[in-house]
Design a binder for this molecule. Structure first.
Ligand code: GLN
Length: 252
């Protein structure tokens, strides 16, 4: 299903007397399970912060993937559940094929999404070169929030804006985010780790872009960014802005 938010965004931009730039990014989000609605909200918020029009393709079936999609988000949730939920419509297989066929297009995988990038299953070569240990911080009750140090270069906010989406046609709505403005200058990011995986430090053969104390919690391999935490559950949209900026770079 394609949801175009460009009219919304355009209205807001017009309301503020800004000129709409001639750009539009088209981002696919895997809607299998987990924090997908929060990612929908986060990427639209990021687009507004960058003064970019966005179209979200909500992916539920393999047939909804095509070459017009310019970037992808694999949300966090529960990777086994996602693999099972994907079976009837082969969505994950389609997504992994799409990633292989479009090696330059950016992908953001968060938490379970990072697990899927590291371990896409026997028919696909891993997209990030490391070993990942699922649930390695312990059970759900050992989930935590902690400052993460980010070295990834991410685009600045051009227009500060608050953005919220309402319920969709399935009556789903994102969790409420804090209205507190994101801290644009600080390298530190609020990492929300929910029954999170851990990257096995000695196995990492890609660029380390986020750390929690001495442990790597974010890696970049080419156009694939994998984070073990949930950036969509904060209102700091820098990783979503990164995804949009990569799409823009591919266009130019
Ligand atoms: N523990 C989950 C898994 O194994 C990931 C947790 C998350 O995405 N918050 O898939």
């Amino acid at each position: 299903m394609v949801t175009s938010y460009s009219t919304n965004v355009r209205k807001r931009l017009t309301d503020r007397g800004r000129v709409r730039p001639p750009n539009m990014v088209r981002i696919g989000i895997a809607m299998l399970q987990g924090a997908r609605h929060e990612h929908c909200e986060a990427i639209q918020h990021a687009a507004l912060e960058m003064n970019v029009d966005i179209e979200i393709v909500e992916l539920r079936k393999k047939s909804e993937l095509d070459s017009t999609i310019q970037g992808l988000i694999l949300p966090g949730g529960e990777s086994t559940t996602m693999r099972i939920a994907s079976q009837s419509e082969s969505l994950l297989d389609g997504i992994f094929d799409w990633i292989s066929n479009h090696p330059k297009r950016p992908v953001l995988g968060t938490c379970a999404g990072a697990i899927l990038l590291a371990n896409p299953g026997k028919n696909h070569t891993p997209f990030i070169d490391l070993e990942v240990s699922r649930n390695a911080w312990g059970r759900q009750r050992f989930s935590f929030e902690a400052p993460v140090n980010v070295s990834l270069k991410t685009p600045e906010i051009i227009h500060e804006a608050h953005f919220e989406i309402g319920r969709d046609k399935y009556n789903h709505k994102p969790l409420p985010m804090s209205k507190q403005a994101a801290n644009m200058t600080n390298e530190s990011f609020t990492g929300i780790f929910i029954r999170a995986p851990r990257f096995i430090e000695e196995s990492i053969r890609c660029e380390k872009v986020a750390t929690l104390e001495n442990e790597t919690v974010g890696v970049l391999q080419g156009s694939k960014l994998a984070l073990t935490f949930h950036p969509e559950l904060t209102n700091d949209r820098r990783f979503h802005r990164w995804l949009i900026s990569q799409v823009m770079d591919n266009k130019s």
